[in-house]
Design a protein around this ligand. Structure first.
Ligand code: RIB
Ligand code: CA
Length: 304
């Protein structure tokens, strides 16, 4: 499987990246987008995480500075100012790629000999830009799996999940592109939280990758405890592993629309499963093998 990853690292993005880079997947490119952190911070984190995991060879690109339409205000509460909860990792030795992520993604997809699995674990700004640059890219993507939205409530507001809330117009653009994404929303990612047993296993991981993951998880756990949010949620790990192993997700076809006009419900994903099959524009995750996902991430962290 060839894969592209677009993300906003962020702690759960970083855990997803470290897990992905221990999976038997051909990662042909990764890109950073504005979201949990300013894009320059996410770009630095992504480059450093790739090198730290021994994959400095993977090309990493810097993407959108701002959402398509709205402004953006960075909030360091959940992932810390550095986006990794203060975890220290060495700087990547690789030279910075100067090409913008949107054009790089379009170039890589056009050149691919086989359809590519594309995963997005941050706001969809880069994905929307690439698809607007070249709508025919839809034919080069076998599956677009996106962490975002919710069939139930939001997390940033009662209605909106963070990745959609940052750039709802990007979600609307991607949903109308014909690419038919797999939506991995809060309704399933909230089922995948680090348990006390998982933390005990993580405590025993002595690999360099495991030690960095432990530092990030300690910050992430504290944030969740202070927020009263329960177990630290592995949102982006669910999307990445669900893309590699679709059998870990249960999905249903639906028509998904995104609210972009209302101050109260901006970023809400309105999921309609009543729609006739030809009107469905998305496959929405409604179930997940949470234990398998958690075990697979811990196994990856233990392997180096
Ligand atoms: O709402 C959770 C999502 O927003 C995750 O992708 C997390 O990293 C943040 O980007
Ligand atoms: Ca993310």
């Amino acid at each position: 499987m060839q894969m592209l990853l677009d993300c906003d690292p962020g702690i759960d993005d970083a855990l997803a990246i470290l897990t992905l880079l221990r999976e038997p997947v051909d990662v042909i490119g990764m890109s950073a987008v504005v979201g949990n952190v300013p894009v320059e911070t996410g770009f630095r984190n992504l480059r450093d995480l790739a090198a730290f995991a021994g994959r400095a060879d993977i090309p990493v690109f810097r993407g959108a500075e701002l959402p398509l339409v709205r402004d953006y205000t960075f909030d360091p509460t959940v992932h810390g100012v550095d986006g990794l909860g203060g975890a220290r990792i060495p700087a990547s030795p690789s030279p910075r790629q100067e090409e913008h992520a949107a054009t790089a993604i379009a170039r890589i997809l056009r050149a691919s000999k086989e359809p590519v699995t594309w995963v997005a674990t941050g706001p969809l700004t880069n994905v929307a830009l690439a698809l607007r640059l070249d709508p025919s890219l839809v034919d080069k993507v076998s599956r677009l799996v996106v962490m975002g939205g919710s069939t139930l409530r939001g997390n940033v507001t009662p209605a909106a999940e963070f990745n959609v809330y940052v750039d709802a117009e990007a979600w609307q653009s991607v949903l109308s592109s014909g690419i038919r994404p797999v939506m991995v929303g809060l309704n399933v990612t909230h089922m995948v939280g680090m348990t006390e047993e998982d933390f005990a296993v993580a405590e025993g991981i002595k690999t360099p990758v495991g030690q960095v993951a432990r530092a990030m998880l300690a910050f992430y756990r504290e944030v969740h405890e202070q927020g009263g949010w329960g177990e630290p949620k592995l949102h982006d790990v669910v999307a990445v592993l669900g893309a590699i192993s679709p059998e870990l997700l249960e999905t249903r076809p639906a028509h998904v629309a995104v609210e972009t006009g209302s101050a109260l419900t901006y970023g809400m994903t309105v999921v309609d499963e009543r729609e006739a099959p030809e009107r469905c524009n998305c496959d929405v995750a409604v179930g997940v093998d949470a234990a398998a996902m958690r075990a697979r991430m811990l196994k990856a962290l233990q392997s180096g």
